[in-house]
Design a protein around this ligand. Structure first.
Ligand SMILES: [Zn+2]
Length: 194
């Protein structure tokens, strides 16, 4: 896996290992790195997107027009999928949702504000008529690491159960959501370092 810069690479490493070790940096550097981590197409997101794409779902990614800039937006199904990092969004009962022993107050405040924002976004999206699914990173990194099929099955059932009318399987070959850039996303991870 190659990225354009050392910072990219390091951010990716941190995000891949769920390691919030940014305590060692000053505030400016830390917030720079945190925003890098959040905004990058992290690997679990690519895995999930590719699996959904292979299952015939077409979607937009990181749609800025919607509250919370959802990771995956399935227009046809009026369904949104958030892929949440267990640490950043405090996955209840998950071992990756721990509280760091240094700068503890900073992390508690940060993560509490994340989860409060998540709740606000969920409310707004629900009012707008969207069904919202949350997938946790530990499911992709660990639980379904070797075979994502059961997870995609679950998601697929959830998506299709939200349908007001059963129009499942008609989405193959349709053009309306061709915005999805699966190929480009994969390429990004194969770039040679400059
Ligand atoms: Zn988790």
């Amino acid at each position: 896996m190659f990225c354009n810069s050392y910072l990219d690479y390091f951010s990716l490493f941190l995000s891949e290992h769920n390691v919030p070790v940014m305590d060692i940096w000053d505030k400016k550097k830390r917030s720079e790195i945190m925003s890098k981590i959040r905004s990058k197409d992290t690997k679990p997101e690519l895995i999930l997107r590719k699996a959904l794409f292979a299952r015939g779902f077409r979607y937009r990614v990181n749609d800025k027009r919607l509250p919370g800039k959802p990771d995956i937006v399935l227009l046809k199904y009026k369904t949104i999928i958030f892929l949440h990092g267990c640490f950043w969004h405090r996955h209840e009962g998950c071992k990756y949702a721990y509280t760091p022993k240094t700068n503890t107050k900073f992390w508690i405040d940060k993560i509490t504000s994340n989860t409060e924002r998540d709740k606000r976004n969920l409310r707004k999206l629900t009012i707008l008529g969207w069904s919202v699914l949350t997938v946790w990173e530990c499911e992709i990194r660990h639980k379904y690491k070797h075979d994502i099929t059961p997870l995609v099955d679950k998601i697929s059932v959830a998506i299709q159960n939200n349908l007001p009318h059963k129009i499942a399987l008609r989405f193959y070959g349709e053009k309306e959501n061709e915005i999805i850039l699966v190929a480009e996303d994969v390429v990004e991870y194969r770039e040679n370092p400059k």
